[in-house]
Design a protein around this ligand. Sequence first.
Ligand SMILES: Cc1ncc(C[n+]2csc(CCOP(=O)(O)OP(=O)(O)O)c2C)c(N)n1
Ligand SMILES: [Mg+2]
Length: 167
Amino acid sequence: MPVRELDSFSASHQKPLQLIANRGASGIDGHVSSLLGLASAAADCTTVAGLIGDLAFYHDMNGLLAARDCNATLIVINNDGGGIFRYLPQTGLETFERYWSTPTGLDFRHAAALYRLPFRRVSSADEFEQALNDKLAQPGVKIIEAVIDPQQSVERHRAYWEAVCKN
Ligand SMILES: Cc1ncc(C[n+]2csc(CCOP(=O)(O)OP(=O)(O)O)c2C)c(N)n1
Ligand SMILES: [Mg+2]
């Protein structure tokens, strides 16, 4: 969902941002590798940040090995599984968590530690902004895990659309 939310709700800005989306071969695969590949090819003055879901991150954690050679900030939106499936009618099923959402329950701090990468977990917009300001300028690859409530995020998404439709 992060790239969809960005597409739908981000405001306009004067800053010259270049947005690149990756669909992977089948969907959520290869996102970490694509980001770090981009970061390796980016000019020195370019700040590279990647926005990625927790399952997409999990799917390509091995890609973090490439972090040795580049500068980037990886933002993992952790809503504890495939939040996109909460928009399906199956969301009410007893088996939803097990077969659709598939939360990993992993502590991603350890993935960062495995590759010796700085890591910060945040759970509010203020904390996120501060972490992003701290990390963006630092050299190397840094990971920010933004923990969000999956159900609340669906409610907020629907409320935004309702507000947009009313205006
Ligand atoms: C290789 C691959 N496996 C499975 C899928 C099916 N799939 C599509 S979205 C998704 C969940 C993604 O979860 P996450 O990255 O946490 O993002 P969220 O939906 O929570 O925003 C899955 C498993 C896929 N598209 N590609
Ligand atoms: Mg998720």
